[in-house]
Design a protein around this ligand. Structure first.
Ligand code: G
Ligand code: G
Ligand code: MN
Ligand code: NA
Length: 251
């Protein structure tokens, strides 16, 4: 298939780049971290988002390669932010199921210079469907040993049960934007988000809300006790250069 060949060629030509969407402390609105999001700088189509390539990349078995490229770029940028005196407490990257099952993952990570407490891995709930996967369990433990946070992405839409939260003990969970977006109109949805925040609080897990599209969302989420906010109202995904300007001009 054409797209498949193009993805492989794009990887060869280093056309995949990390963009960064900021996350904010719900109370102070200070930057609490950034999420690295893959973009394809396509030679003729412009900047492409993951919906155009992630599924095909999975079929081609190269999604782990994209994950690794994005992590390595994020580490380089993180160094640069630190040296430039910009405060970015942490960078989160998305980790596919394939990569989490990879027996080489930990060896790869040991070769990178990751400062403990600065990197977080976002895992989707469906990774934990098969909770007998020993490779995944071992990798998750080793990831934590390396000082990398584990974070549950898209919480509330998949299969993650309270039991899997207890087992996995992630540092953070991200409430899926499908659950966050309706809170302005719907008191029921508001209580649902409040309940998730309460679960997080009882288990010592930080709670991030995605899909914060308006300042009204931001205000409600703060009142509901959410720890961190991510969404278009506060900042979109941007290039590393744009992020630097964004941080410098925010004060
Ligand atoms: O960037 P955008 O918000 O459009 O991302 C869409 C989806 O693609 C998100 O669910 C995100 O988790 C996923 N995604 C973005 N970057 C990466 C990546 O580097 N690796 C993997 N596996 N998924 C990614
Ligand atoms: O969970 P995931 O990794 O898919 O989250 C990142 C995705 O969410 C990216 O596709 C990003 O562009 C998208 N996103 C970020 N903020 C918002 C928002 O406020 N509203 C909507 N609809 N999408 C958002
Ligand atoms: Mn994510
Ligand atoms: Na998400």
């Amino acid at each position: 298939k054409r797209v498949a060949d193009e993805i492989l060629a794009g990887l060869e030509r280093n056309e995949f780049a990390a963009y960064y969407q900021p996350q904010f402390d719900a109370k102070t609105l200070e930057i609490a971290g950034v999420e690295a999001l893959a973009r394809w700088r396509h030679p003729t189509e412009g900047i492409l988002t993951p919906e155009t390539f992630i599924r095909i990349a999975e079929e081609l078995n190269v999604v782990s390669t994209i994950d690794r490229v994005i992590l390595e770029q994020a580490l380089v940028e993180f160094e640069d932010w630190t040296k430039s005196g910009l405060i970015v407490p942490r960078v989160s990257v998305n980790v596919s199921a394939r990569r989490l099952q990879d027996e080489e993952l930990i060896k790869n990570l040991r070769n990178l210079d990751i400062r403990p407490g600065t990197v977080s891995f976002e895992l989707v709930e469906s990774i934990f469907l098969d909770d007998d996967d020993e490779m995944v369990a071992w990798n998750v433990n080793q990831i934590k040993e390396l000082g990398i946070d584990i974070e549950i992405d898209d919480f509330g839409t998949g299969y993650a049960s309270i039991v899997s939260l207890l087992k996995l003990q992630p540092r953070r969970l991200k409430i899926d934007r499908q659950l966050v977006m309706p809170i302005v109109e719907s008191p029921t949805q508001r209580s649902l988000v409040e309940s998730i925040v309460e679960i997080g609080r009882s288990l010592g897990i930080e709670v991030v809300a995605e899909g914060v599209e308006t300042m009204q969302h931001a205000r409600i989420l703060k009142e509901l006790g959410c720890d961190m906010l991510q969404g278009f109202a506060l900042g979109r995904a941007m290039s590393a250069a744009e992020l630097k300007t964004f941080i410098r001009t925010r004060k």
